[in-house]
Design a protein around this ligand. Structure first.
Ligand SMILES: [Zn+2]
Length: 286
């Protein structure tokens, strides 16, 4: 059952398809306050003088509000640049890792579910940022080359193509291909699932055969990767985050760019993500 006092109760509720957890603390207070934090934690402080049924009833009445705040913060998280603080979620090949900062030694490594960054005791967030971004860049070349080689081995249409790889951060593109067969890939792609990385690489490799997005291009792409549209759809839904002020959430894999207005909109939304959403009831009238 429930126990009153200092410790918080772990509760869960749902609204529509959405289930969420919240902590409930009963205190010597008059108001009931629900706070939804940007890290998606939901906290409720409630008067201990009220029966639990009454408290839960008031929380239930606010489920749609809570679900809406959670959805908004999720949207902001999707595009807000990384802050490189401990506990922050980092994506690598479509999986989430928590950032852990250790103040000893140096280097970056995946350990269990964590992305561990070792920096000197005095290093600030900027140094952590450099280490993490440098690690992604370094990994990018290796991962992209291996995956491209595998695609070329497995897909007859792509085998034997000559091209060179360049890894470069781009604001609005996952990748591009020049007429001379230089394929540039965005290291931010390392955040997405491997099947989506393969789609971008296949798309650019097909450009070596056909530079324009002509009907021939899409015929060739369909032959090389019959389920490319499914992968492209999945890529568009990946919650990538930027590493700098620059946002890396391109909509499409290739030589066309995302519209600037969409980027601006996400940037504007990201600005507000520091503040929690608070819903407060006055004790009066209850
Ligand atoms: Zn293209």
């Amino acid at each position: 059952m429930t126990h009153r006092g200092g410790s918080a109760l772990r509760m869960s509720s749902s609204w529509g398809e959405r289930t969420f957890e919240y902590s409930l603390q009963l205190q010597a207070r008059r108001d009931l306050v629900i706070t939804v934090h940007p890290d998606l934690c939901v906290e409720v402080l409630a008067p201990e003088s009220k029966s639990l049924d009454v408290v839960l009833g008031r929380i239930e009445a606010k489920r749609s509000w809570i679900a809406r705040q959670l959805r908004e913060f999720e949207g902001q998280q999707t595009f807000a640049p990384h802050r490189f603080v401990p506990g922050e979620s980092c994506l690598y090949l479509g999986r989430q890792y928590r950032l852990r900062v250790e103040r000893t030694g140096q280097g970056v490594a995946l350990q269990g579910g964590r992305l561990v960054v070792r920096v000197s005791p005095k290093a600030g967030p900027e140094r952590v940022r450099e280490a993490v971004v440098g690690w992604y860049r370094h990994r990018a070349r290796d991962v992209f080359e291996r995956r491209a080689q595998r695609l070329q081995r497995e897909i007859g249409l792509l085998s034997g193509l000559e091209w060179t790889l360049r890894v470069r951060q781009m604001q609005r593109r996952w990748g591009s291909c020049t007429a001379r067969g230089t394929i540039t890939l965005n290291p931010a792609l390392l955040q997405v699932p491997p099947s989506c990385i393969d789609y971008v690489i296949a798309h650019e490799l097909v450009h070596v055969l056909e530079p324009r997005h002509s009907p021939r291009f899409f015929r060739l792409l369909g032959r090389a990767m019959p389920d490319w549209e499914k992968r492209k759809g999945r890529l568009a839904g990946v919650a990538c985050r930027g590493w700098d002020e620059v946002l890396h959430a391109p909509e499409d894999a290739k030589c066309c760019s995302q519209s600037a207005s969409a980027v601006e909109e996400h940037r504007a939304r990201a600005v507000g993500s520091e503040q929690s959403a608070v819903c407060e009831w006055r004790a009066r009238g209850q």
